[in-house]
Design a protein around this ligand. Structure first.
Ligand SMILES: [Ca+2]
Length: 137
């Protein structure tokens, strides 16, 4: 299932800064990606599922660009050079990726295609819920 939504940079930044919501989301995402359940993410686990989702959200970036991006990110966030990413490293990674997306989007809303577990899905849902609360106090 997919849908189209509008999202702007500040919406994504607010999501990242909402510590409680963001941490829960990151933990869920980590469990989903940790296919073999060993508590850490390998380069393969990160790229296979995660890189694919991101490329759907940013059609302008080629598959090579996405792969290079995740390779670079993996190396950057695998701080202890263990060849794997632990939950803490993953949280920092997600923060960096989402803030990079937010900068890329900028302050004007852009149209994106959301898949069931798109990275930006939760940010959009959170903003929608906040809007509903404002409309119906
Ligand atoms: Ca694993």
């Amino acid at each position: 299932m997919s849908s189209v939504a509008f999202v702007d940079g500040p919406t994504v930044v607010e999501f990242v800064n909402d510590a409680h919501v963001f941490e829960k989301w990151v933990n869920d995402k980590f469990k989903t990606l940790d296919a073999d359940g060993d508590g850490v993410l390998s380069r393969d686990e990160l790229q296979k599922r995660f890189g694919k989702l991101s490329s759907m959200e940013f059609e302008l970036q080629s598959k090579e660009e996405i792969t290079n991006l995740y390779d670079a990110l993996f190396d950057k966030f695998d701080v202890d050079r263990s060849g794997t990413i632990d939950p803490h490293e993953f949280r920092e990674l997600m923060k960096e990726i989402l803030l990079a997306k937010a900068r890329g989007i900028g302050n004007s809303p852009v149209c994106i295609i959301l898949q069931g577990d798109s990275l930006l899905m939760r940010a959009v849902q959170r903003a929608a819920a906040a809007n509903n609360n404002n409309n119906h106090p």
